[in-house]
Ligand binder design. Sequence first.
Ligand SMILES: Nc1nc2c(ncn2[C@@H]2O[C@H](COP(=O)(O)OP(=O)(O)O)[C@@H](O)[C@H]2O)c(=O)[nH]1
Ligand SMILES: [Mg+2]
Ligand SMILES: [Zn+2]
Length: 356
Amino acid sequence: MSILIKYGLTDRFSNEATMYPELSIARITAQYRGQYKIVTEQGELQAEISGKLRFETTELAKFPTVGDFVMVSAQSHDSNAMIHHVLTRKSVFLRTAVGVSGQAQSVAANIDTVFICMSLNNNFNLSRLERYLSVAWDSGATPVILLTKSDLCEDLESAVSEVERVSSFSDVIPLSAYDERIEQKLSKHLKSGTTSAFIGSSGVGKSTLINKLLGEDILATADIGKADKGRHTTTGRELFLSPFGGVLIDTPGMRELGAESVDLGKTFDDIEELASHCKYRDCTHTREPDCAILAALAQGTLDRRRFENYCKLKIEAGYDGLNAKEIEVKKLERMFKDVGGMKNMRRFAKEQHKNK
Ligand SMILES: Nc1nc2c(ncn2[C@@H]2O[C@H](COP(=O)(O)OP(=O)(O)O)[C@@H](O)[C@H]2O)c(=O)[nH]1
Ligand SMILES: [Mg+2]
Ligand SMILES: [Zn+2]
């Protein structure tokens, strides 16, 4: 099998690549200080962005990132390969850049599955989980919930059912790093050629799990600390091929991912469905007569904590009082805040539409 197919190359990218017959296709496997590591059919190479691509890339989020498929020209003897184009992304995780612009910056691209990791001891928090789910659905990847450190949980069954109640569209998988054959528990989601990212608070066991799935201790975990400097600590900027199939990415914590762009409809489908039964279309669910949400809260069929978290995320994302269409526009505006503005936004909206 071709190397790149193992690394997740699909027809969608191969077809787009035919637009650049003079260049070769590659996937970015790591990024560090303006330098990239890429994998091509010929193996691993160092690469950098061509001057033209750098000049033409006006939005931070469009710069090549880990997971991108790119078009490169081969290196001439002892110089780096050049990245000339980024192929259209299937999904992307964004975070707001620190510093001047506040523009979104991409963390990882072309992820199929995002494993949201929450540990079953002190990290268990349904509101935080709902937040992760909202960001994950918005990225274009499919979230799967991993309840880690199951060895530390006394009542696994009720923990799992509590989580299932707030995540109707996602698989929920409890596991422990001490389990035999973790790869089998995740086999449905770790197919060869698929890319998975692990997100979750620091300390929940992401790196430990990824090491198990890689069959060797490649990533630094909390246990190793400073004693072993050889291990990778640059998490989030590197992807790895698992011997069990699939490509794995460790990503930075949620504090960095932010909740500026979220998909609440998928995470809170029950609430949005209820709201559609309110008498007034612009019901604020605070005091209106015939409000389906207030009724459900009073009856106890809708959990108050969940509803309050929904409202909080809506406000945080700036979606409060907006309908679905207005939210889409808002997301686009934010992406192009201080760059090409409306013109870029329309072009992007068109591309998105074409890719659907
Ligand atoms: N009891 C228990 N501890 C675990 C498990 N997985 C990881 N840990 C411990 O949790 C700590 C944090 O793990 P780490 O993989 O560095 O977490 P990360 O920050 O999410 O990458 C380490 O001390 C691990 O040994 C597990 O399944 N059970
Ligand atoms: Mg880690
Ligand atoms: Zn209402």
